[in-house]
Write a protein that binds this ligand. Structure first.
Ligand code: KIV
Length: 295
């Protein structure tokens, strides 16, 4: 039996588009999405047949070691998006617009969104926020750039939200969220991330929208799921969100590998013969003669 789960034979596999996102929702086929920030991770995720790769501004926390996502800049994002684009050829590539790249003016929002496609090889952008972001969404979409929305726990507003906490658990906030979702759809978003919201609210929103919802901590009623890859791999040591499933503990595996390497170096058992480069005997003798060390 084949062990290729990727449905990705390169002769038949097609690039994932925003159109396929819609089609998948229509056919009730769940959409898979993961984050990546570098070439090898993007390449592996792409080979596994994941539909969409998000170069998330979670980069700031899981790769750059910041407390939150606020310090991440456009230049950070573009640098990592370029690496991801070199590694992934089939997944839909979404670049996350960092804090202050789309809030100041619609013109800046459009200009910065354009850089993700023009300079960094992305297919679409994502930005956070509901009704207050409609002008930016409309203007970016009018430019021909697909936009993924993001509501619920929006990490760029962490200080306003009072921490990384679940959203819309009260009925007024839940109603606002339903309205925000509808408004973002009307403004032209091709899909919508719902983060840390009650499962039944996420399902209701998903049923009301024509565009697919992608949930993270939003239950199984969404049209797709996204995880931060470092959470899935157990590669981020500070914490794992309650809603993430840790499929591996790579952090511990890496530490064990580094300790084994240190021990091998210290005991003189690495490098071994097979890791060393040979020099032909005649060349060696010639060298010794040349430098006056021939016996
Ligand atoms: O930055 C990110 O990784 C995200 C996902 C959590 C959706 O926005």
């Amino acid at each position: 039996m084949s062990t290729d789960f990727s449905n990705s034979s390169s002769s038949t596999r097609k690039k994932v588009t925003t159109h396929l996102f819609r089609l998948k929702k229509h056919r009730r086929e769940p959409i898979s999405m993961l984050t990546a920030y570098d070439y090898p991770t993007a390449s592996t995720i792409d080979k596994a047949g994941i539909d969409c790769i998000l170069v998330g501004d979670s980069l700031g926390m899981v790769v750059l070691g910041y407390e939150n996502t606020l310090p991440v800049t456009m230049e950070d994002m573009l640098h990592h998006c370029k690496a991801v684009a070199r590694g992934a050829h089939y997944a839909l590539l979404v670049g996350d617009m960092p804090f202050m790249s789309y809030q100041i003016s619609v013109i800046e929002a459009v200009r910065n969104a354009g850089r993700f496609l023009q300079e960094a090889g992305m297919d679409a952008v994502k930005l956070e926020g509901g009704r207050s972001r409609l002008d930016a969404v409309r203007a970016i979409v009018d430019t021909g750039i697909p936009v993924m929305g993001h509501i619920g726990l929006t990490p760029q507003s962490v200080h306003q939200l009072g921490g990384f906490r679940a959203q819309a658990r009260e009925h007024e906030a839940a109603q606002q969220m339903i309205e925000d979702a509808m408004l973002l759809e009307q403004a032209g978003c091709f899909s919508l991330v719902l983060e840390a919201v009650p499962a039944r609210l996420a399902e209701l929103i998903s049923n009301r929208l024509k565009i697919p919802t992608i949930g993270i901590g939003a239950g199984s009623g969404c049209d797709g799921q996204v995880l931060v890859t470092h959470d899935l791999l157990g590669l981020f040591d500070r914490f794992t969100p309650k809603f993430a499933r840790k499929y591996k503990n790579i952090y511990d595996e890496m530490r064990l590998a580094f300790e084994a390497y240190k021990s091998d170096v210290e005991r003189g058992v690495f490098p071994a013969q097979e890791h060393s480069i040979e020099m032909p005997d005649d060349e060696w003798q010639a060298l010794l003669a040349l430098i006056g060390e021939a016996k």
